[in-house]
Design a protein around this ligand. Structure first.
Ligand code: PAF
Length: 274
């Protein structure tokens, strides 16, 4: 695996590769990230991973400085996964002085994480646009655990006519159902044991919705189920899967989204409905 730390190194290495797929990450890699590399390979594309902990998508009170970092471990995992190229830009490479452009995506960025974390999706869209411009991949693979992020990136790519295919890959889960996330390591052992209750509550809700139960009552019960497990829901929402607009009645394509605060960690999860 070639490691590029400057744009010049990236451009030289990239020129020697054929059709590529970007797997953009903030490091602290887990099997969910490796599933993206594997999906790229299965699609016949050469995987190019990036690791950059992007400050502009963290709020002032969020965990940018304590976000987990493990460059050596990440490099070993990507090598094992046969990733062809790793782009490891510095802060200056990504946000050189004089840089003033921010990408703001409307539509799907407005609710849910967009409300809970003001400015978050501007940071995500800006850095993803930069990564796409730098790596120039044929496709980019994103995990469905961050469902709203995938829809925001899709909207940006469509609106800006960016020549890249966005491919989403199903959430990778622990054996007990907890969606894999770099932040799961901050759960205490007791919290870790209880954390799969989020997935379980979403599964119950999907069953009820598909059985014809009223969405408002179902979401209300789900919030109660989560609260009973010691979780503080930021939102539990039935939404249009692409626009992310709330749905009062079950219509397709629909997605159930939830974010809860649990101890010091925010857990996100989502499931398709039907
Ligand atoms: O999902 C992530 O890890 C980040 O939001 C991304 C897409 C790498 C942008 O910083």
């Amino acid at each position: 695996m070639i490691i590029a730390r400057t744009y010049e190194e990236l451009a030289v290495a990239r020129a020697a590769l054929g059709s590529t797929a970007l797997v953009a990450t903030m490091g602290a890699l887990h099997p969910g990230h490796i599933a993206l590399v594997d999906a790229a390979k299965r699609a016949g594309l050469t995987p190019v991973a990036s690791i950059f902990v992007n400050p502009t998508q963290f709020g002032p009170k969020e965990d940018f400085s304590r976000y987990p970092r493990d460059e050596e471990g990440d490099i070993a995992k990507l090598r094992k996964a046969e990733c062809a190229l790793l782009w490891l830009p510095s802060m200056d490479e990504m946000y050189p002085s004089g840089n003033t452009t921010t990408v703001h995506v409307g539509g799907p960025s407005q609710h849910w994480e967009g409300t809970q974390r003001p400015g978050h999706f501007n940071g995500v869209a800006t850095v993803v646009a930069k990564l796409l411009g730098q790596v120039k991949p044929d496709a980019a693979f994103f995990g469905e655990k961050d469902w709203q992020q995938v829809q925001v990136v899709r909207r940006m790519v469509a609106d800006l006519h960016l020549p890249v295919r966005i491919i989403s890959v199903p959430t990778v889960r622990e054996e007990d159902g907890l969606a894999m996330s770099s932040r799961n390591r901050y759960l205490t052992p007791q919290e870790r044991q209880a954390a799969p209750k989020l997935f379980a509550a979403l599964k119950h809700a999907v069953q009820h919705l598909l059985a014809g139960k009223e969405p408002a009552a179902t979401l209300h019960n789900t919030r109660h189920e989560l609260a009973a497990a010691g979780m503080v829901p930021d939102y539990v929402a039935l939404v249009h899967a692409e626009t992310l607009e709330p749905l009062n009645v079950l219509a397709h394509p629909a997605r159930l989204l939830a974010a809860v605060r649990f101890g010091h960690v925010r857990l996100l999860d989502n499931l398709p409905v039907g």
